[in-house]
Write a protein that binds this ligand. Structure first.
Ligand code: MN
Length: 251
């Protein structure tokens, strides 16, 4: 219980425990000491907020208006998964929640589009604006891990995502979605969404469906894996926290 309330290094300092203590000392002072000795010299975690010190905040707000849609996206890549989305397309809202929640990205998406025609323009323009916001928030990409991958199961579905914030837009789309629609959502729009995100965030993205029968599950597993892969790629690399992650020195 004590170990939970304070950090091991604080405990070690407060009670005078040191690296050189004997095995007998450890045994006499109980299990908390053993815990402190094991973890007081832990390396910085890849997700440690201290690594962001001195780097620009990774937030962006982008508004994009065309004759077909009006889209506003605000995001914080170093967020906690706070999400407010209203695109007028319920299934797309559900998928944007996955990106925010599993990517730990604070995300606010408000869109008004010509959904009286169909969802195509709004779906694509949300993807474009989200990609633009990601590109803007990443800035010079200093410190980021850059590559990310994840394999997400959702019941019978299993989807693998690998991505690289390479500066070179590319999508390999390996989903085979068995039905034309999920609810009212046209499943062809999944590809359109990722094409838009990839082009405007300048990301290389590979989506591989390893298993799956249910369209809703396949798509949702894809967004969950995408979110986790993004989270990995966006986290600061503690071994080059203030460098641009490229052998060329620029992305
Ligand atoms: Mn769902």
């Amino acid at each position: 219980m004590i170990a939970i309330l304070t950090t091991p290094s604080v405990l070690a300092r407060r009670w005078g425990w040191a690296k050189g203590m004997s095995q007998r000392d450890k045994i006499e002072t109980g299990p908390v000491v053993v815990f402190a000795m094991q973890t007081q010299d832990r390396p910085l975690s890849i997700a440690d907020p201290a690594l962001r010190e001195g780097l620009a905040p990774r937030r962006a707000s982008v508004s994009r208006t065309t004759g077909e849609t009006d889209v506003r996206v605000s995001l914080n890549l170093d967020g906690t998964g706070q999400c407010t989305v209203n695109t007028g397309i319920p299934f797309l809202d559900h998928m944007l929640h996955q990106i925010s929640s599993h990517g730990l990205i604070d995300l606010d998406v408000q869109a008004q589009g010509d959904i009286h025609i169909d969802d195509h323009h709004t779906n694509e323009d949300v993807g474009i604006t989200l990609g633009m916001a990601m590109h803007q928030a990443l800035g010079d990409r200093k410190g980021m891990t850059r590559f990310g991958h994840f394999v997400a199961p959702l019941d019978e579905s299993l989807v693998q995502v690998a991505l690289d914030f390479s500066g070179r837009p590319h999508l390999s789309y390996g989903l085979i979605i068995p039905t034309e629609r999920v609810g009212t959502y046209d499943t062809q729009l999944v590809r359109e969404f990722f094409v838009a995100v990839v082009n405007h965030s300048q990301m290389t993205l590979h989506l591989r469906q390893l298993d799956g029968l249910n369209s809703h599950h396949i798509i949702e597993a894809t967004f969950k894996a995408f979110a986790r892969a993004m989270r990995m790629a966006v986290e600061v690399d503690p071994r080059r926290a203030h460098l641009i992650p490229s052998s060329k020195g620029v992305i």
